[in-house]
Every structure is written in C-alpha cells, then in structure tokens.
Design a protein around this ligand. Structure first.
Ligand code: GLY
Length: 399
C-alpha cells in the first residue's frame, strides 16, 4: 500500500513536470548525493567491526543481509564510497573507501567466477583512478589474469558460470559484458594487447548470439565447446527464455556503451544505440521510467520494479549521450534525467537512517528464485551514485 501511494505521488509529480516548478537538476543531484553520503557513512560505521563483511540487501525479516568478498557484489560498496569521496573529498570517506576496498582484495585470485570486473574494477579501479596507489594496480592486474583463465579461444568468450553443467556446456550471460572494462584497463596499463583482444572477441560473440532482431537480449547463451556455436539460449533470472529481463538489458546497454568509449569502435556504439532504442520505445516502460523487473512481465501495480536496472541504464545513457552528439544523444540524456528524477523522489529514495542504510528502494535481484524481490540492492546504490556524479560532471563541463 505504501509503495502504491508513493508511486501515485510520483505520477502526480511527473504530471506537473511540464510546469516551471520542476526542481532544477543540480538540486536533484545534490539532494541524491547527500542522501547517498549519509546512508553510506551510516552503513560503513555499522559494518566497520564486522570483518570482511559488505552490505548486500534486506532480509525478509527486515534485517540487514551482508556478504563476503566472494559474492559478485563485493566491489559495489567500496566503489560507491570512492565516488562519494570524489564528490566530497573528506578523510572519513577516504578511510572507509580504503577499508572496504581492502576487504575485496582476496577476490583477485578467484578463478571460479566471471564477476571479477564487478568486484575489482568498481572498488580497486575507482580507488586507483583517484589515488594512484600502486598496490591497487597490482591487485587489478592479478585479477585480470585470474579472469583470463575463464576465456576459451575456441568459443572466443569468457565463461560465466560453472553450475548446471548437465544443461549448459559453456554458459555466457549478458552481465558478463561488464567485466570487459577490467580487460581494457589492463591493456592500457600493461601494454599487453591480449586483454583487449579478449574483450573484443567476447563483445563481438555476444552481439552475434545474445541479441534478437529487436535488440533485446537473451540472458544465458551456452556454447558447444567443440564447435564454438551457441547450442542453448535461455533465461535464469528473467520471466521466460524469450523475455527481456530488465537488468540484462541494462547490462548490455552499459557494456556496449563502455566498449564504444574504450575502443572508439562504431559497431559497439551502434549496438548501444539500438539497445537504448529498445528500452526507451518499449510499450511496458512505465511513465516514471523505472522498468518492471522484466519488460515482458504484467504491467500492474503488484509487479515489482527493478530500480537497479534503472540506475544502470541512467548511468549508461549519460555516457551514450556524450558519444552520440546528435538528436538521439539528447533523447538518451533526457531519459537518464527522467530516471534520476524518479530515483531521487520519495518513491525510490530512502530517508537517511531508514532502509537499513541503503539509498535506493525497490530493486529486484532474482524473482524466479524467489530471492531479493522489491528490496534495496548494493548495486542499485552504486550505479545511482555513479549516474548522479556523471550527470553532475556533464553540467560542470558545460558551465
Ligand atoms: N549479475 C547478476 C545480476 O545482475 O543479478
């Protein structure tokens, strides 16, 4: 009921958004960053004494659920702290960013997961960008070598998962596009082209096999290890094998936009534009522009949203708007602004001290697994802050 009232209030706000009482975007951004800073500091203090722990979500009983370094999300909280420190360089934010970054360090040796880009690039990557700490660089290079053990040159892609071996010979999920930034960075830092080559091969293979003619993406594509050809196309976290799982569309949009930025390759830019068109023109995208958890899910008030998907999309769209300087780029920025306004409204933005110290409400992690439905998620907060900060930097450049 509370959610329904909030969404109705938001609809009223959006209805009147044409009039000149609209809050300036600079004020939306500062408000959002203030809440995120307040919440992140409370969270950082809460878990300070809990060795090796990271915020994950809220449990069904309302308590905070934490994770350890091996969970794919371990890099998001330190990464969020680094962005908040970049925005507001206090010693306190820096100390907490360092503390939680150190907790991710053992992940550099993991070879049983493809998520090293998420884990290491968001945490150590942002930390290195801001501090040039040489140890952070070493950790990321070790992590890139660990990730490279999951690349197969017959298939030309990084293997995502090691489970469900009876069905999937070599599963690659769309989310895996997000790990390519670590490879691109490693080539730039070390001069070793092999990492960027793997990123290119993976990105091209994913364009060939994950995307449907309407530029929606499958979640899981499994490849035959002998022929290297796709043998199964399925979902794991979406509504059905042929549906468009919202966060999967967000990962693809972000991944190809990032690859276009990193390489200047027009094929990736075109792919990102087409994915953005699929999202912005979709009949089931609600008026507040926060997608339901799957674009093919029923569109009613009981269907959970995925605010994390909106935050990832907003961050990617801001970047895409800088790569496409034409009319379409402006449309991308407009959609990102609408998403950030919605996420910064009471319908999605928590009040400081509530929501177990997460910033954003109403994300969905894995609905078919009955896990993390309509909850805060640490990556929703990370990409929300990244998007606010990207928007703020655009405005700073323009003025
Ligand atoms: N990468 C896992 C997820 O998006 O749920």
């Amino acid at each position: 009921m509370k959610k329904l009232i909030s969404i109705c209030l938001l609809a009223v706000c959006i209805h009147f958004s044409g009039c000149n009482t609209k809050e300036p975007m600079s004020s939306v951004i500062e408000r959002g960053l203030n809440v995120a800073t307040g919440q992140a500091l409370l969270m950082a203090k809460k878990l300070e004494g809990e060795r090796g722990k990271f915020p994950k979500t809220i449990k069904p009983d309302g308590s905070l659920e934490t994770s350890e370094y091996g969970w794919w999300c371990s890099g998001f909280f330190p990464g969020e702290l680094w962005y908040l420190y970049e925005n507001n360089p206090t010693d306190e934010l820096k100390q907490y960013a360092e503390l939680y970054t150190e907790r991710v360090e053992p992940a550099q040796y993991l070879t049983n997961t493809h998520d090293l880009g998420f884990m290491l690039y968001c945490s150590f990557g942002n930390g290195y960008r801001l501090t040039h700490n040489p140890h952070y660089k070493e950790v990321m290079i070790t992590g890139a070598h660990s990730l490279a053990t999951r690349y197969n040159s017959t298939i030309c892609a990084i293997k995502s998962w090691d489970f469900n071996k009876d069905t999937w010979q070599y599963p690659v999920i769309i989310d895996n596009m997000m790990n390519l930034e670590l490879f691109s960075w490693t080539t730039k830092e070390t001069g070793d082209e092999v990492f960027l080559d793997m990123a290119h091969s993976h990105a091209k293979k994913t364009i060939e096999n994950h995307y449907r003619p309407d530029f929606s993406s499958y979640h899981v594509v499994s490849y035959d290890t002998i022929t290297g050809k796709a043998h199964i196309k399925q979902t794991h976290q979406g509504l059905s094998h042929e549906s468009a799982w919202a966060r999967g569309q967000a990962w693809g949009l972000y991944g190809y936009t990032m690859m276009a930025r990193e390489t200047g390759n027009n094929e990736y830019l075109e792919q990102a534009r087409n994915i953005a068109k699929f999202i912005m023109n979709h009949k089931n995208l609600p008026s507040d522009k926060i997608p339901y958890w799957d674009f093919d899910a029923p569109t009613n008030v009981d269907t959970p949203r995925d605010a994390s998907a909106a935050a990832i999309m907003a961050s990617a769209l801001i970047e895409l708007s800088q790569l496409d300087k034409g009319h379409f780029g402006k449309q991308c920025l407009q959609l990102a602004e609408q998403q950030l306004r919605s996420l910064s409204s009471p319908a999605y933005l928590a009040e400081i001290g509530t929501n177990q110290c997460f910033t954003i409400m109403h994300s969905t992690g894995h609905l078919p697994g009955n896990s993390e439905v309509d909850v805060p998620l640490t990556y929703a907060d990370y990409y929300y802050v990244e998007a606010l900060f990207r928007f703020k930097k655009l405005k700073m450049i323009k003025h």
